[in-house]
Design a protein around this ligand. Structure first.
Ligand code: AP5
Ligand code: ZN
Length: 217
């Protein structure tokens, strides 16, 4: 399957994407994780992206689209993929459509995670991620690691993301409403949008998502 995951910052996209990708046997492609990996490896792309991310703004399309395209063209993504955090504005959605059309393939679904704003603020405030791999995600009270400050998956150190400060989160939410939400209407015209509530225990949301995606197949 080829799926796009959308939802506000802190909705639980990364948390669900890891589980859904495993269940569906497709790679999880997160542009946020790709940028963070580039930043920790101090690549040029990472350095170019960092100042935008620290401000909570979108990284320019010229950087983002090429990076996402390169990742989607890796052999493991041939049979399908779960996109998390891409596309994030209408021009990225159009670029993705062009790429898929040129390869004679199409998206199967756009899974929209719905969470009230006060809940995403709480989720982001308590989020801790792993230094080794930013897809290893925990929450100090909702989904705590077994040992405080230590990643359950790889033993890495957990820390708070630079862009999780209160001020940056406000900008990210605004950017979501003005630039990302319009892609939901864009995909609605293609009949691809499936909206589920992303409130409740993590495993229940995964089941809800899998049921909703099954209906789309
Ligand atoms: P990105 O990394 O994509 O961040 P985001 O969209 O803001 O999403 P988050 O990672 O904040 O949240 P999430 O929905 O994945 O939630 P999570 O699972 O962690 O992007 C970061 C930046 O990179 C952007 O601001 C931009 O600058 C740049 N960027 C990325 N893609 C781009 C693009 N395409 N174009 C341009 N720029 C781009 O969960 C949150 C917390 O809640 C965790 O602590 C988790 O443990 C907890 N939690 C999860 N589920 C539950 C639950 N059910 N109940 C209780 N707690 C839960
Ligand atoms: Zn880890």
């Amino acid at each position: 399957m080829r799926i796009v995951l959308v939802g506000p910052p802190g909705a639980g996209k990364g948390t669900q994407a890891v589980r859904l990708a495993k269940e569906l046997g497709i790679p999880h492609i997160s542009t946020g994780d790709l940028f963070r990996a580039n930043i920790s490896q101090q690549t040029k792309l990472g350095m170019d992206a960092k100042s935008y991310m620290d401000r909570g703004e979108l990284v320019p399309d010229a950087i983002t689209i090429g990076m996402a395209k390169d990742r989607m063209e890796q052999p493991d993504a041939e049979g399908g993929f779960l996109l998390d955090g891409f596309p994030r504005n209408v021009s990225q959605a159009e670029a993705l459509d062009e790429l898929l059309t040129s390869e004679g393939i199409r998206l199967d679904a756009v899974l929209d995670l719905e969470v009230p704003e006060d809940e995403v603020v709480k989720r982001i405030a308590g989020r801790r991620i792993c230094r080794n791999d930013s897809s290893h995600v925990f929450h100090v009270t909702y989904t705590p690691p077994k040992k405080e400050g230590v990643c359950d998956v790889c033993g890495g150190e957990l820390y708070q993301r630079d862009d999780d400060s209160e001020e940056t989160v406000r900008t990210r939410l605004e950017v979501y409403h003005t630039q990302t939400e319009p892609i939901i209407d864009y995909y609605k015209t293609q009949g691809l949008v499936v909206t589920i509530s992303a409130l409740g225990p993590v495993d229940e949301i995964t089941q809800r998502a899998l049921e909703a995606l099954k209906r789309e197949k």
